[in-house]
Ligand binder design. Sequence first.
Ligand SMILES: NC(=O)c1ccc[n+]([C@@H]2O[C@H](COP(=O)([O-])OP(=O)(O)OC[C@H]3O[C@@H](n4cnc5c(N)ncnc54)[C@H](OP(=O)(O)O)[C@@H]3O)[C@@H](O)[C@H]2O)c1
Length: 270
Amino acid sequence: MKSPRIVLITGATGGIGGALAEAFLQAGDHVVLAGRRQEALEARQAELGSPERTGLVVMDVADPASIHSALQTVHERWGHPEILVNNAGIAISAPLRKGEELAEAHMAVNYHGPRRLLEACLPDLLAQGRGHVVQIASSAGLYGYSYTSAYCASKHALLGYTRAASLELRSKGIALHTLCPHFVDSPMTQASIERIQQTTGQSANEARAALEAMNPDGCLVAPEQIADLAVECCARAKSGDVWELTGEKVEAVASGFALDPPRPSSESTS
Ligand SMILES: NC(=O)c1ccc[n+]([C@@H]2O[C@H](COP(=O)([O-])OP(=O)(O)OC[C@H]3O[C@@H](n4cnc5c(N)ncnc54)[C@H](OP(=O)(O)O)[C@@H]3O)[C@@H](O)[C@H]2O)c1
């Protein structure tokens, strides 16, 4: 019998992380939950209820030393991950010019974290000649939103990096997939609802409705939809796809996001 694939999921204590862990477990994989808080990881592992096919590791993706030691633990206990899901992220809103620290914090967690982790996993992925990396980016990687310049910039950076990496790795058996959900029904959005309440005096229902109305389909994205798409992507060899999740619908974002830059056509060069 084929042994289960090792799937490393960052941000596994969060809303989308929990759904991702559940979905990969359902797919028969061995899931390693990564996050900064041991107790929260243990609670998530207990909720999942499959101790024989789950493991946990403490990792701060903003800290290169923490990534290094966590990956060493993963290798020693479970082997090398065949699937990496870069899901950990932060989103703190602020107007322009409020943000030197915020800009750096967002880049550290949302861009440099996934980049470093991918590159740290790369030697094993290349040695095996197969593997998948799923980047949980955001619609903020496709569009701009007011008061979230640090978040938008970090997710645009992640998308740009992933498109370049997809090209570099596409002949090597490693597939990269970028998922860009609009507002998701998760604790991160709950925190936004609380911030809106504080700044505008709106009720929780009004603040939630305002965020729902910002999504193209008028409803929040379900974490399970993101998780199912991640599993589906890892069942395909195709690399480089960017997916937009608008509330109800899921679309491959092709136009404007072609992997290869335009080149002179053969007619015009001959
Ligand atoms: N919620 C949305 O509307 C939405 C929309 C589009 C994209 N996304 C993206 O989806 C991903 C997951 O978001 P979510 O909605 O599930 O948010 P969440 O419930 O707030 O979870 C965020 C997760 O990231 C982890 N994390 C934060 N900083 C970290 C660090 N320095 N090192 C390691 N882990 C860290 C947190 O873990 P600990 O605090 O336990 O360490 C937590 O598990 C993020 O990348 C987010 O940008 C979210």
